[in-house]
Design a protein around this ligand. Structure first.
Ligand code: AHR
Length: 308
């Protein structure tokens, strides 16, 4: 059900300075497309060869991709894991082959932390907190029950776990806020639309807020609400995470209410880390990108310069 076209790597012709194997999650979202493009463009800029593999959100395919990179004797593996666990074996194989692994965008949970070199990406727990803080500020203090439907990203993935944890931590401070449904999606527009339309069938107008773990699911929920005959952004508040151009447009026109930024433009930082590592410099275990939040007003201003 991927909504974006698969991309093939343009960097396979000639071996330059360094050969990087990039094992990407898939093509599930607008954010993912921007992330892939950023990594490819930054590698090209540096004159590095980049081997790209798209796992279509399948852990098995991603393991296969990493093994291919080991066989191709790449200098470094860049990896955005579909889910957090289940990587020890293949990362051990990379370590035995002497190939360092940098995690881009999502973290893994391994028995042995020396199986990967560094993580470059967001603080997903903080993103969830930011979403909930805005909600409490906007709808708290009214003394009324606020019923929330959460649309989760891929089960077992780092962003889905972190965004859930941070959000629950903050709404737990006000008993008026109730998470009435927490539904398992996969970061695609289609899953957001289907889950939200089922929730509306079950709950009718008894939903005040949708908290979507990414823009694509929020945009899908927006469509489901419209099809149900309600007004997204007015009858039901929608909060999202990513801040892609499409979501910022919907925010600026009042169909979404608040968007937390998750920065996909990790390519330049990633290439710097690759170079530093190759020069023997020690990399920090975590390099966290700086990110903001958008309201309906600030989205209008941001849209003029948004690249993705
Ligand atoms: O890991 C980052 C998340 O993955 C983004 O929020 C989402 O859009 C993507 O698919």
């Amino acid at each position: 059900l991927a909504s974006y076209p698969a991309i093939s790597s343009p960097f396979t012709e000639e071996r330059h300075q360094l050969k990087i194997g990039f094992a990407q999650v898939g093509t599930e979202s607008g954010w993912r497309l921007a992330h892939t493009n950023s990594v490819m463009a930054a590698a090209k800029e540096e004159g590095f060869e980049l081997l790209y593999e798209n796992a279509d959100q399948s852990q098995a395919k991603q393991v296969e991709a990493i093994r291919k990179f080991i066989q191709a004797r790449v200098d470094i593996i860049v990896f955005s894991p579909v889910v957090k666990t289940g990587w020890d074996q293949v990362l051990q194989e990379a370590k035995q082959a002497g190939i360092p692994v940098i995690l881009s965008d999502r973290e893994v949970k391994t028995e042995d932390d020396s199986l990967w070199t560094s993580y470059i990406g967001s603080d997903f727990v903080e993103e969830g907190r930011r979403a909930a803080r805005w909600l409490l500020q906007e709808l708290g203090s009214r003394g009324r029950k606020v019923q929330i439907v959460e649309l989760q990203g891929t089960e077992g993935s780092d962003p889905a776990a972190g965004r859930k944890q941070g959000f629950e931590e903050v709404i737990g401070n006000d008993f008026n806020f109730q998470l009435i449904e927490s539904l398992k999606g996969d970061f695609t527009l289609e899953s957001g639309r289907a889950l939200m339309s089922e929730a509306l069938q079950r709950r009718g107008g008894d939903i005040q807020v949708v908290y979507a773990h990414n823009d694509d699911m929020a945009l899908g929920a927006m469509q489901a609400i419209e099809r149900f005959g309600l007004q997204p952004g007015k009858d039901i508040v929608i909060i999202s995470i990513d801040a892609t151009k499409t979501a910022l447009k919907a925010l600026a026109t009042g169909k979404l209410n608040f968007v937390v930024e998750c920065n996909p433009l990790l390519g330049p930082q990633l290439m710097k880390a690759v170079k530093d590592h190759k020069e023997g410099k020690e990399l920090p275990m975590k390099i966290i990108t700086s990110e903001g939040v958008f309201t309906q007003d600030s989205a209008k201003r941001e849209l003029q310069s948004r690249e993705y």
